[in-house]
Design a protein around this ligand. Sequence first.
Ligand code: ADP
Ligand code: MG
Ligand code: ZN
Length: 472
Amino acid sequence: METLYLKYRPKKFSDIVWQEHVKKLFSNALSKGMVSHSYIFSGPRGTGKTSTARILAKSLNCENPIDGYEPCNECTSCKTIDSGKSMDVVEMDAASNRGIDEIRAIRDKVAYLPVESKYKVYIIDEVHMLTKEAFNALLKTLEEPPEHTVFILATTEIQKVPETVKSRCQVVEFRRIPEESTKKHLIEICKNENIGFEMSALDHIAKRSTGGLRDAIGLLEEVSRFSSGDVTLNETLSMLGEVSAEMVEEYVSSIIKGNAELLLKLIDTIEEQGVEPLNFARQSLEFVSVKLLEPSMVEVGKFISDLVQRLKHEERQFDTFKVLSIFESMKHTETFTRSSEVIEKAESSNIKAINPDSKKSDIKTDVERLIEWYSTEGKISIFACLAKSSIKDFGDRVLAISDSELCHEFLKEGLKDIEGNFKRLTSREVKFLSAYSAVSIETMEPKMRDAVIRTLSIFGGKLLPEGGEEIV
Ligand SMILES: Nc1ncnc2c1ncn2[C@@H]1O[C@H](COP(=O)(O)OP(=O)(O)O)[C@@H](O)[C@H]1O
Ligand SMILES: [Mg+2]
Ligand SMILES: [Zn+2]
């Protein structure tokens, strides 16, 4: 079966969704016989550049253009071009033919008259990929274009096309297609193909395709195959690796309410469903960003946006996701001061934190064993803080540097406990220290301060809190 987006490739200007300015430009130019010799079609992928280029090629050569500009799609010329067999419409992908030889080959041929049509049309896709030499060769051709030739250079990255080339061409900008228009188009396709759908599913597909119609149609097709039937919101979400809106809402509200217990359950479910934390965080951010008029959302919005940034660079996404979420929820608990009810609850509810890293080799450092012990004991707060911290083992002392004040507070409180457990597990007697910010580092005893600075330099200084003062 032909893929849907190819089946629904526009065959004439009026088939093209959105891009009104483009249609107007060409209906005018074609009716008046004032088509330029070289165009650049610029814009995001899947917005109609290649389709428009082919339609233009057909219109230029059509034996009976409708209203003077639409290809008839019936004549021999239109049909030959549609079948991709025309000798005079040449498509080249600059991504795979980047060099000067390919462009020279075109130059050698442009001089000849079209074989079977009025115009020779060269469509060069992804033109920004050409090498410098190839661009120079192309420029020569563009400078003296033969009467019967039209060049269409398509690109998703116009900023990479040299000025000299740009100035020789008429630039036509293809814009992202609005969600509403995308949705309408999807509805039409569904009706045509007898695909059942939920409107909310099409809304979501339109949103996720960010203005690219090819992506939208592709996703629609994937979901309908995947679900072997109707396109529902739930199937769409699971195809995209996203969770339901209810779950996102629950996540955000348990942070705001400081409900660490519910939060942990929720995160477990997300993990079971195989949802990527980064995707989930992005979904949550989207949810929050439309509710920013509610004061409570502002703070949690800021947190989630930080979280998204963090997760992008984090290998152990789930750990970070879990731990930071718990911290944030604790921050929102009014009762949280020194010994919080919530923490005790989280600990006693026997919810196990994820294993630090089960894939790692069996040889564990003392600190790793300690962290793991806290994890299996379900002592989530200490586990979370330690797992989140960067830890430096100096032999007689161990330094835990955390990038959250809250985490630092937890550790400080638990130091005696940590030292005791460390001794029990490893038979080593050490002094545990916790540090977090430039400010607290400043007030440390000099020897320790040096150690922190050394440690920070080992860890690339990334442990400083965002917006925190540089100390090294
Ligand atoms: N503006 C549009 N109107 C209708 N269909 C479109 C449009 N843009 C993209 N499509 C759909 O996406 C497919 C690929 O479009 P294409 O013209 O190759 O995009 P581009 O060259 O901009 O990446 C088409 O076959 C069609 O199904
Ligand atoms: Mg294209
Ligand atoms: Zn025709």
